[in-house]
Design a binder for this molecule. Structure first.
Ligand code: NDP
Length: 449
């Protein structure tokens, strides 16, 4: 519930104007509930219309993406880029290719990204984009033609000093490479910093592929140690999803001494009481691009269960939701509590419904919102841009160490903000406030723009 009169008025306005954007409203409401704790100390924000400006994207682009499939039929998808906030740097945020993509999803992601990028301490504004194109089941040629058509429109809105996209769901190394090839061809410039998540032979950074998952575990380890005196050592871990974030969260968990017993895709989940064999999983997902059910066919002693939502019924100490928004509802959260889980750290963006967050927090579990705990991906994208600007490459260990440092600092910023606003250990409130204050300061300084 929002009770501050200014925030209430702005939220009512957002609800009226964006009534058909449920994911965006959900993200705004969560942030406003945190800002209640600080807004009274800043009467100048209302005079400057700061919050009204903060919830309105600076620019929204929607465009047609026509392409031809292997059978010669013409297909048409819808493309988006939401340039949300450039107060602290050029817009930055991934591209998502998934059938569920619409303006509400891209706006919620761009809004969250603004706060996340602020938390990284790097100079990056917030943006997000994507398409309702589904790369699943498409040939490499079809994916290439789609990416080329998408970039043929997008290129005029981006640039290393304007807006620098990256990957997200459905956009991995293959897609980023096709997008970059087309950008370079159109502008006739090798402008490496315009896209991140590139291949290592054309300006990519070592450790970018691993960064979101590794960063999530670094953040969780910091919170477990500081708030509970615990670590991953000997803990049972459940990770939803089996894409980029989930795979490398699993790898780091295991390196830190945890045992990952369950992972999922959008169809179902696998349970392996011995601990998931990552070599098999990586082969299924990275090389064969197959369903996770194949794992249970190939690994004796493991099981496959239809329906991904039930993954939260698997008993664990630590839960890492790494698939998609609203993937854990109240029942999922209650199942985790009943099984003695001690912490939920978000790898995906907004994977818990508000009801699930309430269950997790009211039962005393550690909880971190994605905008803090998954910020390692975009932070390492920032490091990729730094290397591109300097025209040199750092080693894997150098990037990984910087990532580790950044995640520790993000944790500290969230914790310190939670203390300052009288809610020590509430990392959701801490992330929202710490991320917002920096953006607010920059927006106030730059005048009414
Ligand atoms: P991938 O496309 O690599 O993997 C997505 C995974 O989630 C797949 O296993 C997919 O299953 C599953 N999934 C997708 N949609 C749903 C759904 N509606 N319900 C259940 N499962 C679903 O994406 P990423 O790993 O890159 O992204 C995962 C999450 O992490 C997203 O929320 C993304 O925004 C966030 N994130 C990603 C970052 C990155 O660097 N990649 C950075 C920060 C956040 P299937 O294959 O069956 O579709």
């Amino acid at each position: 519930m929002i009770s501050n009169a200014y925030l209430k008025r702005v939220y009512a306005d957002v609800c009226r104007r964006d009534a058909n954007e449920p994911e965006f409203l959900q993200a705004v409401q969560e942030v406003f509930e945190s800002l209640e704790l600080v807004v009274d100390q800043h009467p100048e924000w209302e005079r400057a219309g700061l919050i009204e400006r903060f919830v309105e994207p600076e620019r929204v682009v929607s465009f047609r993406v026509p392409w031809t499939d292997d059978a010669g039929a013409v297909r048409v998808n819808r493309g988006f880029r939401v340039q949300f906030n450039s107060a602290i740097g050029p817009y930055k945020g991934g591209l998502r290719f998934h059938p569920s993509v619409n303006l509400s999803v891209i706006k919620f992601l761009g809004f969250e990204q603004t706060l996340k990028n602020s938390l990284t301490t790097l100079p990056m504004g917030g943006g997000k984009g994507g398409s309702d194109f589904d790369p699943k089941g498409k040939s490499d040629g079809e994916v290439m033609r789609f990416c080329q058509s998408f970039m043929t429109e997008l290129y005029r809105h981006i640039g290393q000093f304007t807006d620098t996209p990256a990957g997200d769901i459905g956009v991995g190394g293959r897609e980023v490479a096709y997008l970059y090839g087309q950008y370079k061809r159109i502008v006739n410039r090798f402008e490496a910093g315009v896209l991140t998540g590139k291949g290592l032979t054309f300006g990519g950074s070592l450790a970018r592929t691993q960064a979101t998952g590794y960063g999530l575990c670094y953040y969780a380890a910091e919170a477990l140690d500081h708030l509970r005196g615990e670590s991953f050592q000997g803990k049972t871990v459940v990770i939803s999803g089996s894409g980029n974030v989930a795979q490398y969260a699993a790898e780091k968990c295991i390196q830190l001494g945890g045992k990952v017993v369950a992972m999922s895709d959008s169809q179902g989940y696998i349970y392996d009481p011995k601990g998931v064999d990552l070599q098999v999983l990586f082969d299924i997902k990275q090389r064969r691009r197959a369903r996770i059910s194949v794992y249970a066919d190939e690994v004796p002693g493991s099981e496959y269960h239809e329906g991904c939502r039930n993954i939260w019924t698997v008993k664990c100490d630590i839960a890492l939701p790494c698939a998609s928004q609203n993937e854990m509802d109240e029942d999922g959260a209650k199942a985790l509590v009943a099984n003695g889980c001690i912490g939920v750290f978000e790898g995906a963006n907004m994977p818990l419904t508000p009801e699930a967050i309430a269950v997790v927090q009211s039962n005393g579990l550690l909880y971190s919102p994605g905008k803090a705990s998954n910020a390692g991906g975009v932070a390492t994208s920032g490091l990729e841009m730094s290397q591109n600007s300097m025209r040199l490459s750092w080693s894997f260990d150098e990037v990984d160490q910087r990532l580790h440092e950044i995640m520790k600092n993000i944790y500290k910023a969230c914790y310190d903000a939670s203390v300052q606003c009288g809610r020590p250990g509430d990392l959701m409130v801490g992330a929202n406030i710490a991320g917002f204050l920096k953006v607010a300061d920059a927006m106030m300084a730059q005048g009414i723009v």
